[in-house]
Design a protein around this ligand. Sequence first.
Ligand code: AMP
Length: 396
Amino acid sequence: MSKTIAINAGSSSLKFTLYEMPSEEEIASGIIERVGLKDSVFTTKYNGEKYKVVKDINNHEIAIQMVLDKLIELKVIENYEEITGVGHRVVAGGEIFKDSALITDEVITQIENLAEFAPLHNPANATGIKAFKKLLPTITSVAVFDTSFHAAMPKENYLYSIPMSYYEDFSARKYGAHGTSHKYVSERAAEMLGKPLEDLKLITCHLGNGGSITAVEGGKSVDTSMGFTPLAGITMGTRSGDIDASILPFLMKKLGLSDINEMIYILNNKSGLLGLSDISSDMRDVEEAAEAGNEQAQTALDIFYNRVQKYIGQYFALLNGADAIVFTAGIGENSPETRQIIIDGINWFGAEIDEEANKVRGKERIISTPDSKVKVLLIPTDEEIVIARDVERLRK
Ligand code: AMP
């Protein structure tokens, strides 16, 4: 028995989940928000209780120290050494990391060098790794990349139709994201369907604040809706998804912008459901406003459904059929309306929602009718357990 901790370090946050392995029992979890700012908030969940501390936490090293000390204070562990493995989520693995990797100094440098591909995330991920290494230098330490699951994509799906030398010289291509989530739900889908993953064609829909859809064949990602960065694909909370690049200089001129980064910021942070509805990036707010008769909110919803449906249709064609469609993440897990509307609109493909079965939030379940040719599954995602499992898999 050993305890393994999954860490997700953002630029001003740090999330953790502690597991007993190999039983995969979740022992404790928590989050520190506003790291490096005033009044940081540290919340720990253990034994059904929630513990909250508000105080200034200046950096990730102090944050991790606080997590470990809290675990001792709550008697979750007796000493630091009881934790024998740590897995760190890293956003961009570029073309280097086709699988999770044992962390060495060289790996840390490579993660830092990949900051060009994820400027907000990779430096924060590396900070978390270094802080942990300082406090627990000898434990098995593994980096788990959001992009690795998509490393199997064939080149006709990851290459853009731009001069080949841009790929060859600069690695400019599609990388995708949410890989741990698509991987987790694919594996669970095979278990729920009672079939080997190797024999299945799946379309996995991760619909959260960020959203992506993946075509999975034989347990491998064949194509995914996000691109060089997570900006591409379907309409998201604040991201535009796919857009014709020519609209950027046009809009910059109209808006009097001279820096392309300002435009990219708008596409990442002011667009999607938020930009379309002028209300909120949060699906619940947009659904509520639409229900109350707000037409603009309804249009935002219609565009969201439409983009998801079009990607599902595209992947039915790419895979030449699919055994199941999987819904996961905040919206996919919790909005029966979204699932119903999306599937009802594409029932030509042979998927039919069971209205009764679909009346569920956040629980694993087959939500298609018994006769549905294509099964529809609801599977709550669990990216942390994928991270913890990879620590065990790579443990020397
Ligand atoms: P995530 O990024 O996976 O945490 O998902 C966040 C998204 O899930 C937000 O747009 C939320 O509005 C949405 N969400 C959470 N609960 C519900 C719900 N009950 N109904 C509709 N959307 C929900």
